[in-house]
Design a protein around this ligand. Structure first.
Ligand SMILES: Cc1cc2nc3c(=O)[nH]c(=O)nc-3n(C[C@H](O)[C@H](O)[C@H](O)COP(=O)(O)OP(=O)(O)OC[C@H]3O[C@@H](n4cnc5c(N)ncnc54)[C@H](O)[C@@H]3O)c2cc1C
Length: 457
């Protein structure tokens, strides 16, 4: 089989890429290994993720599905005494800040809607798993070998391959990219479940809107999320250093239920009468960065090359925006431009990486200096942080802002992009030079089940 553009992975990144290509009359093939609906984490969107869905013409579909409308995020500080609020925002044509709304989604439903919509608009959907990258004589990617559900293998040749496989980091594992580096927050573990009976705020709009995201901070690297995903169900997550869980010798569910009320009094109040509606899910070691994630015939998008920390809900925003940013580069490559270059997508790679670097500096400053961060939200950098929380973190959006530059100074961090291979120096609040050994080019990626089995044995 042959595809001009082959998208491996039919999550929101893959589906958004397909829909943007279809707008340009390119009909991609999407290869997705799972039958949808399937559970996935990542339920709260930024303002720019919402704006992107509107650009794809999906506002009516989102409204028809009654997804909770998010007006902002409230972050409760230690002990639940103080909190700060960031509204969802947009920028108009004159780059003036305006208030906005976005959505919270149940991913099993949202991802299915996105994939169906991409297929309805003209993408070809194939069920199966990419098992091997096919390389051309020039070292570029020329497709994949896939395994069909019945076990048969087939080659799909492509001019352009988009790796949208999320944390599975298909091309990273195939060593087509540079090495995979364990990121700043790799020693964390996240537990999460859907619950009934959690107490929300009571307003219809703005700061007290019932469907806003709430984040609860206990202390450094210990926090919880509270995300309404429909009228009744709330997604609640708990994130701690994984050593804490291992020491507890509890099962994930025991640990989740015991620890959650201790995170913050305001969370304790909200979950007093809650009830689990499904199992407690676990993801350890979620922070990583794949180097040189673009090259001849391929681009890795979103989680397929980098994930920092889920605290401020940037994942969907980054993956769907990177899909949109990639489109002009893909079109010119398909026309035959830049084919002889070592990395035809070097500019796109730098652009995406710098955007995520800006996010990383903001998240790190929050963890290192939470009190200073709270005063910046209230006063000195309010509009800069409203922009960043909306997902406007890219160079075309006046970034790095004065806030990000100030955070870098406070973190004593320099970002240098002079040499091609320095496009994003792997640093972060917990990076130490000796940890360079943790670059993981040869270590297999452990699944959550493997990790739990080996650590609970
Ligand atoms: C604890 C936690 C909380 C989070 N909370 C949020 C949040 O509140 N908001 C937010 O925006 N983001 C959040 N995220 C991040 C979010 O989950 C991801 O950024 C987002 O799902 C990435 O979308 P994607 O399409 O790139 O990848 P995915 O959604 O992971 O989709 C990848 C798809 O590729 C398929 N696939 C994988 N390998 C293959 C293969 N070899 N062949 C064929 N198909 C394959 C998979 O089956 C999957 O369907 C969170 C992440 C974590 C870890």
């Amino acid at each position: 089989m042959r595809a001009e553009v082959l998208i491996v992975g039919g999550g929101p990144g893959g589906s958004a890429a397909a829909m943007f290509l279809l707008k340009e009359r390119i009909q991609p093939v999407i290869l997705e290994q799972e039958e949808f609906p399937r559970f996935h984490i990542g339920e709260s969107m930024t303002g720019e993720a919402g704006a992107l869905l509107r650009r794809l013409g999906l506002e009516d579909a989102m409204t028809a599905r009654n997804y909770p409308v998010k007006h902002g995020v409230r972050v409760f500080g230690e002990g639940g005494k103080n909190s700060w609020f960031i509204p969802v925002s947009a920028r108009n044509e004159r780059w003036e800040l305006e208030s906005g709304t976005t959505w919270q989604v149940r991913r099993s439903d949202f991802d299915g809607m996105m994939l169906d919509e991409a297929a309805k608009r003209g993408a070809t959907l194939i069920r199966g798993t990419a098992v091997k990258a096919l390389l051309g004589e020039d070292g570029g990617v020329r497709g994949v070998t896939m395994r069909h559900p019945d076990g048969c293998l087939e080659d799909i040749e492509s001019t352009m391959l988009l790796d949208c496989t999320g944390m599975a980091t298909f091309l990273g594992n195939q060593k087509v990219t540079g090495p995979k580096y364990l990121g700043s927050y790799d020693k964390q573990i996240a537990f999460f479940a859907h619950v009934k009976g959690a107490v929300r705020d009571s307003g219809d709009a703005g700061e007290m809107a019932r469907d806003n995201t709430v984040i609860f901070y206990e202390k450094k690297y210990h926090w919880s999320w509270f995300i309404p995903v429909d009228k009744e169900i709330t997604s609640i997550g708990l994130v701690v250093p994984r050593a804490k869980f291992i020491e507890s010798k509890q099962t994930p569910q025991e640990f989740f239920l015991d620890y959650l009320p201790q995170i913050n009094p305001d969370l304790e109040r909200r979950i007093a009468g809650f009830e689990l509606v499904d199992k407690v899910h676990v993801i350890p070691n979620y922070s990583y960065q794949v180097r040189r994630f673009c090259g001849k015939g391929f681009i890795c998008i979103g989680d397929a090359h980098r994930f920092i920390d889920p605290i401020f809900s940037f994942g969907l925003s980054a993956t769907m925006r990177e899909a949109e940013f990639a489109i002009p580069h893909i079109l010119s490559y398909l026309k035959g431009e830049r084919r002889a270059e070592e990395n035809p997508f070097a500019g796109h790679m730098l652009f995406c990486e710098q955007g995520i670097d800006n996010l990383e500096d903001m998240v790190d400053l929050f963890w290192e200096q939470p009190f200073a961060f709270a005063t910046f939200v209230h006063q000195r950098y309010r509009s800069e942080l409203i922009d960043a929380f909306a997902g406007r973190v890219y160079a075309t959006e006046y970034q790095p802002s004065t806030a990000i530059l100030a955070f870098r100074k406070m973190l004593k961090r320099e970002r240098g992009y002079e040499h091609e291979d320095d496009y994003s120096i792997p640093i972060g609040s917990r990076y130490h030079p000796e940890r360079a050994a943790l670059w993981a080019p040869d270590s297999p990626v452990e699944t959550t089940e493997e990790w739990l089995n080996s650590n609970l044995a």
